[in-house]
Design a protein around this ligand. Structure first.
Ligand code: DGJ
Length: 370
């Protein structure tokens, strides 16, 4: 009897370990973490630190519902749970590290209260201070607050301490103020936001080779993007910023650098629904940025393979290997939103993304050098 019991235990362990190891990326399917639970890290970003990747994202847990205020534009939601973190050394097996910035349950005025919006968390490491700094989109339920929030930790796996939220660049004219000044009739919201601080919704962070860090965010009612330089410890803005992609209405920005040039991938603005992705390239982070069109190629490229960009991950130790990370949102059941990761190819300067049913990072090794 004991022997049979032992056999079942061993078999159980074997099946358990097999079930929970992802052996390849299957975009759009349910991806399990190392404990066999669906990975819950949406609108995410990645940090590589001391041999490990840390994937941070929105925890989408519980009932999806539609606040009255958002019905006209399809802004369904789940209440805030927090920011999740998963770690991995091979980008396939993801150990859950827990909720590193939990929602506030008690204070309805708190930015992290369950009734608010916490989206697109990104974490960067500051070499000078040794701190991990998270920036994220903080909003009210109706997306009227349009702010960025900042949190800090001594460890990549948290806990993170929430610092504050702001509307960036209050009372500061952008670096290319000339361009705004040249307009005889500057948009009323732009003048207003100058007084009150700029609106900031979808966002990402980018750390350059010189360790300067930049915040990219959808500003001005999502019509125009701003690029803003962070201070040396990455917890504040310096007031140096620039308006880019003026009136091009983009969300979900992702930024990366390749061969000394800067690349930008984003989406259009259609709430949780997919649209054609955008891409751009620049020699300086401040621009000028040249738009390169939709980087997606082939069937369903017009809807970014039913997904929306969130991050571009350079793979450590592999030459010219970048993963396009995107979310396939399920607006009716946000908890069941999925991940679409695909390799980026380059056609000259142009990043291109093609669908694959199943792939792994070994795919990059088989490519002729580009
Ligand atoms: C589109 C944005 O890209 C998402 O992050 C989220 O804010 C949804 N809109 C909400 O509808």
């Amino acid at each position: 009897m004991e022997k049979i019991h032992l056999l079942f235990c061993v078999l159980g362990l074997v099946f358990a370990s097999q079930a929970f190891a992802m052996e390849a990326y299957k975009p759009g399917e349910v991806w399990d973490d190392a404990e066999g639970n669906p990975i819950n890290a949406h609108g995410g970003g990645m940090l590589y630190h001391e041999g490990a990747y840390y994937w941070y994202g929105e925890m989408k847990t519980g009932k999806t519902w539609m606040p009255k205020s958002n019905a006209s534009w399809g802004g369904s939601r789940v209440d805030v749970t927090g920011v999740s973190c998963y770690s991995s050394r091979d980008l396939l097996n993801w150990k859950p590290e827990g909720n590193v910035l939990p929602a506030n349950q008690d204070d309805p005025t708190h930015d992290l209260h369950t009734s608010k919006v916490v989206e697109r968390p990104k974490v960067i490491y500051n070499r000078a201070t040794g701190k991990f700094v998270m920036w994220m989109h903080i909003d009210s339920m109706n997306y009227g607050k349009a702010s960025v929030g900042v949190a800090i930790s001594d460890s990549p796996t948290g806990p993170f301490t929430y610092l504050y939220s702001i509307r960036p660049n209050k009372g500061v004219w952008p670096k290319n103020a000339d361009e705004a000044d040249k307009q005889s009739d500057p948009p009323a919201h732009y003048v207003r936001d100058h007084e009150k601080g700029q609106m900031a919704r979808d966002m990402t962070l980018f750390v350059d080779d010189d360790q300067r860090a930049y915040l990219f965010y959808s500003a001005e009612e999502n019509a125009t993007h701003h690029i803003a330089l962070l201070n040396d410890d990455y917890t504040q803005l310096t007031g140096q910023y620039k308006r880019v992609f003026i009136d091009r209405s983009m969300e979900a920005p992702a930024v990366f650098k390749r061969d000394g040039r800067y690349y930008f991938i984003a989406s259009g603005c259609t709430a949780w629904h997919p649209n054609p992705a955008r891409s751009a390239v620049a020699d300086s982070i401040w621009g000028p940025w040249t738009e390169l069109g939709n980087p997606c190629v082939g069937k369903n490229s017009d809807v970014t393979f039913y997904s929306q960009s969130t991050y571009v991950l350079p793979i450590q130790g592999k030459d010219d290997a970048y993963i396009f990370m995107a979310d396939r949102w399920n607006p009716k059941n946000l908890e069941d939103s999925r991940y679409v990761w695909l390799p980026i190819e380059f056609n000259g300067d142009r990043p291109e993304v093609r669908w694959q049913d199943k792939w792994s990072t070994a795919w990059f090794d088989a490519q002729p050098s580009q």
